[in-house]
Design a binder for this molecule. Structure first.
Ligand code: NAD
Length: 430
């Protein structure tokens, strides 16, 4: 079995000028950094492409993976592991670049990296004759892949040259596999409860950060969270936790979509029941709430729209359809360049990914820093750290945007690039 469609697609990505590349070029112009040095901020320092051979139920499988080591000027390479059928080298490079910007923007002593593993779970279901949603099957397949991955990178992981974490398609169980290979608590973050070095609140951290950003924006706009209308795309780790925190604070979740369908209910969706439903059934499809088309989902009138699923989902067409005041990017680069231009021209504020979904890496940094403490930090302490680091730097970026008359998206990149560039100069790299 060859799980993907091979190297050709693996190398491919449609959007040649990504948002982060466009932003870095614009920022270099604003900061008068020579364009040739912009390339050193854009390109990864190192790239690995490899083929893993996990054994799934006695069948050898060939799986392509790649890791982009974008920048280690400010600290060890840090970034999640994504398992998905449409992973590509270009996408992984973009995600690694965002990690460099994110860790710099939130003042963490870490660099940026990312792993993309191309695997089509639907094809695996077909090959192994599985029908319906089978979480145990999916978990065992992912464990087999992660065992091969951890073995492949053992030396680097043990030396903490690269410290991975969960991303789309992976979670705490997959991180436990890495710990089992290295036996080193600081070699991976996002570990499940009980595994040495695990951190209370890490699983909810990205969603908590997204919730906190909505709360902060609401405060700035003189809005109360109670009664705010929210729609969210994606109900996985980030989407489900963000929604649960928002619901608890009194917001009304009027629309939710995932890979299999969309729900719209003007009176609010019962997200606590939905969360239990998704654990059993794997998606929101079939839940007891009115089903909707994607057009209906995107057109619902809301105060905040939260893309928390895949990249490039907020296209030019979607940006025209959205009826909202503010977009909070829970996912990584959900908004395309053209989508961003439309939102800006329509006066819809965008809180970009590199700040909005940074709660996860802020918590990961705590987990990395306290790897063997038997007296755990509490969830409340972890959430307070997220609020402090995210809130302080969002304020800095807002002030920069106002001072220079630029978008918050560009201002966030500017603050991050100032910090990365300064450190690269201090190293004598440019
Ligand atoms: P996940 O795998 O837990 O969930 C992904 C969700 O997106 C699922 O609900 C899935 O059904 C939905 N989805 C997939 N394809 C879709 C499509 N075509 N249309 C609509 N929905 C679709 O992933 P996650 O960890 O929640 O990550 C979501 C996003 O957040 C990704 O962009 C990821 O890079 C980013 N992110 C995650 C973390 C983290 O800690 N997990 C941290 C920072 C950023």
């Amino acid at each position: 079995m060859n799980s993907g469609v091979g190297l050709q697609r693996f190398f491919h990505r449609d959007e040649t000028l990504s948002r982060s590349i466009r932003n870095i070029h614009d920022v270099c112009e604003l900061l008068e950094i020579p364009q040739e040095q912009a390339e050193t901020l854009i390109d990864p320092q190192d790239m690995h492409i490899y083929r893993l051979h996990p054994n799934i139920g006695g069948t050898p499988v060939a799986v392509w993976g790649c890791t982009a080591f974008h920048n280690r000027a400010r600290g060890t390479y840090k970034g999640g592991i994504r398992i998905s059928d449409d992973v590509s080298v270009g996408e992984t490079m973009e995600l690694a670049r965002l990690m460099t910007l994110k860790t710099a923007l939130t003042e963490l002593e870490l660099g940026g990296a990312k792993t993309g593993i191309q695997f089509d779970m639907r094809e695996a279901y077909a090959i192994f004759g599985k029908t319906g949603y089978d979480p145990r099957f999916e978990a065992s397949v992912k464990r087999a892949i992660m065992r091969e991955y951890a073995h492949h990178y053992r030396g680097m992981l043990e030396r903490k040259r690269y410290v991975p974490a969960p991303d789309m398609g992976t979670g705490p169980s997959e991180m436990a596999v890495i710990y089992d290979e290295t036996k080193s608590p600081a070699s991976v973050t996002g570990k499940p409860e009980g595994v040495p070095g695990w951190l209370p609140g890490r699983a909810e951290a990205t969603g908590y950060g997204v919730f906190y950003v909505v709360r902060k924006c609401a405060e700035k706009r003189g809005q109360k969270l109670e009664g705010l209308r929210i729609s969210i795309q994606g109900f996985g780790n980030v989407g489900s936790h963000a929604t649960l925190f928002l619901k608890e604070a009194g917001a009304i979740i009027v629309a939710i979509a995932d890979k299999d369908g969309a729900l719209v209910d003007e009176n609010g969706i019962d997200v606590v029941a939905l969360s239990q439903y998704v654990k059993k059934n794997g998606s929101v499809k079939g839940f007891d709430a009115p089903a909707a088309s994607m057009e209906e989902f995107f057109s619902v009138k809301t105060n905040y729209f939260i893309p928390a699923a895949i990249n490039d989902s907020l296209t030019e067409d979607v940006a025209k359809m959205l009826d909202t005041e503010c977009v909070v990017e829970g996912a990584n680069f959900p908004t395309t360049c053209k989508g961003m231009d439309i939102l800006t021209s329509r006066g819809i504020e965008v809180i970009p990914d590199i700040i909005a979904n940074s709660g996860g890496v802020i918590a990961s940094c705590e987990e990395y820093t306290h790897p063997t403490s038997t007296r755990k930090l509490t969830k409340e302490q972890v959430f307070a750290t997220i609020e402090k680091s995210l809130g302080r730097n969002l304020d800095i970026a807002w002030a920069e945007a106002e001072k220079r008359g630029i978008t918050l998206d560009l201002a966030c990149t500017l603050v991050a690039i100032q910090r990365v560039y300064l450190t690269m100069r201090n190293h004598g790299w440019c």
